[in-house]
Design a protein around this ligand. Sequence first.
Ligand SMILES: NC(=O)c1ccc[n+]([C@@H]2O[C@H](COP(=O)([O-])OP(=O)(O)OC[C@H]3O[C@@H](n4cnc5c(N)ncnc54)[C@H](OP(=O)(O)O)[C@@H]3O)[C@@H](O)[C@H]2O)c1
Length: 252
Amino acid sequence: MTHRILILGGTTEARQLAGKLAARADCLVTLSLAGRTESPVAQGVPVRTGGFGGADGLAAYLLEMRIDLLIDATHPYAAQISANAAQAARVAGVPVLALRRPGWEPVAGDRWTQVDTTVDAARALGPAPRRVFLALGRQEVAAFEAAPQHHYLIRSVDAVEPKLAVPDASYLLARGPFRETEERALLETHRIDVVVSKNSGGEATYGKIAAARALGIEVVMVRRPALPDVASAETVEALAAIVNQFGVDHFL
Ligand SMILES: NC(=O)c1ccc[n+]([C@@H]2O[C@H](COP(=O)([O-])OP(=O)(O)OC[C@H]3O[C@@H](n4cnc5c(N)ncnc54)[C@H](OP(=O)(O)O)[C@@H]3O)[C@@H](O)[C@H]2O)c1
């Protein structure tokens, strides 16, 4: 019997998990992307793109497509879609598993200031002008217009449009992973004195955190949002193992 699995993605792990599960003869995997990135990397499995229309829309999709298992492998800061996934699974009576990559913890030498939102992060930069590296994603940087006295270096996968309404900002287009040595060179070249980051967890974007530590630079770390309490695993391997060990039938 073939099992239909819908993976909510937009992360490297979602793509890797999709590949692993699609290799099973009894699984038909579809990966769902929000459609934010203009040219997403090839995913290797069938992809559908765009919002579902809230939790109700997702529940209707699960029923219409006869999905047997929903996997939420979205980014830890994508709180809305994770909440929708938990609710839609309940409404549609479809089992749900989440891939929850653990956050980074500060270690000796780190100079972190932890805040709850990007608005708080802009405030935490203080009144005196500083040279700030914003490694946040283009949806979040607008909050820094409230602190126009700083110089900003803004890195994103797609161009920030419209540009930030501040007098002194430069832009860098790049897609991770980013290694510590290159991140260190970037921070030095741009004479950065504070990094603003999400607590994404994982290896791919940790380079800037390690580089900031090595250079004694402050990191303003935006804490993770609250996510719904659903059965979860921390890694692609662990989540694939749950599906393999019990078989998809276990979740039905
Ligand atoms: N937030 C980040 O820092 C970040 C970083 C890297 C990658 N991403 C990825 O980018 C996507 C969007 O992030 P976000 O912060 O905008 O999410 P969000 O605020 O939680 O979601 C906003 C809306 O976007 C739609 N959506 C989000 N993810 C979707 C998916 N995988 N498939 C279909 N629709 C989706 C849903 O629309 P409807 O309500 O209409 O269904 C959702 O309500 C996510 O897939 C996430 O994994 C986010």
